[in-house]
Design a protein. Structure first.
Length: 299
């Protein structure tokens, strides 16, 4: 299983510049995943100590194995980044806080996790499969057509949100449950006319799957909570590096950075416009196509 960190060179450059002169910078990798960012940070900044956070127990186990050669310079903590204030407060303050808000390849490639519309598996989509959040299948079973349409539109920008939600409700009335990712993909493919699907330019289920994942994991509220916690974790000169993948996330980050600078006078935004990946990276790594990097430094 492999994972290529997005905008890695740009992230490392901001860290090197901002942490120059700090012999042993203390860094949080708030979205540890398979440990790609952490590994590159530990290799590129020889004195750095990294504390990794992830709510996926499998990610914790795999990254700990991958990074065991760094011994005491790396440690992992299980939990969602929305609760990062409580998770890492005892180790604060930190010199850098790094977050990649995307879904990891591990979650997409494991069919039983239910994140991917390309692999048939149970409709789960929970980042922490042992948590108490409802599965995607339970959301589709319990929410009204009106609520589902709102979720698909608000979190996925799905143009056919009402039509898809109405069909899901009709299937429920007939006693047909959508239990697997394949069930949901088949419903969407069977509902939308072929010419519409061809014009979409993406997989017809992509936006619905994105919307369900965001809703199931309460991702936007987690992001808001995380940002609220960061000033209390930051040392003087701490740099905050965030890579987001859709407009809802990016808007939240942009507005919070702007408020920290203009209204709260906490520091400075280092990226007046988001940094986007180069064409070479998007050609090599399809996931990078929608990435946006924003950076803030606390004064």
């Amino acid at each position: 299983m492999t994972h290529e960190p997005v905008l890695l060179a740009e992230v490392l450059e901001f860290l090197r510049t901002s942490l120059h002169g700090i012999a042993e910078p203390r860094i949080v990798d708030g979205t540890l995943g398979l440990g790609g960012y952490s590994e590159s940070i530990l290799e590129g900044l020889p004195g750095a100590r990294v504390l990794g956070v992830d709510r996926d127990p499998m990610a914790i186990a795999l990254s700990e194995r991958r990074l065991e050669r760094f011994a005491s310079r790396f440690r992992a903590v299980h939990g969602g980044f929305g609760g990062i204030g409580a998770l890492v407060r005892e180790d604060a303050p930190f010199d850098a806080l790094v977050f990649d808000l995307g879904v990891s390849n591990m979650q997409l490639s494991e069919a039983e996790r239910g994140f991917s519309f390309q692999h048939d598996g149970p409709l789960d989509m929970r980042m922490d499969p042992h948590g108490d959040a409802p599965t995607a299948a339970e959301v589709l079973e319990e929410k009204s057509a009106e609520e589902l349409a709102r979720i698909f539109w608000e979190y996925g920008g799905e143009r056919y949100s009402r039509r898809i939600a109405s069909r899901i409700e009709s299937e429920r009335r007939r006693g047909r449950r959508l239990a697997t990712t394949g069930d949901l993909v088949a419903l969407i493919r069977g509902l939308l006319p072929a010419p519409v699907q061809r014009k979409m330019g993406i997989h017809p289920a992509r936006r619905v799957f994105q919307a369900l994942r965001i809703f199931v994991n309460d991702e936007l509220a987690e992001l808001e909570s995380m940002l609220e916690s960061l000033p209390g974790l930051a040392a003087e000169g701490c740099v905050v590096v965030i890579v987001s993948y859709h407009s809802l996330e990016d808007r939240i980050v942009k507005h919070r950075f702007r408020a920290w600078e203009k209204e709260e006078k906490r520091g400075k935004v280092l990226t007046r416009h988001p940094i986007l990946p180069q064409e070479e990276e998007t050609a090599r790594n399809f996931k990078a196509r929608s990435a946006k990097l924003r950076v803030f430094v606390f004064s």
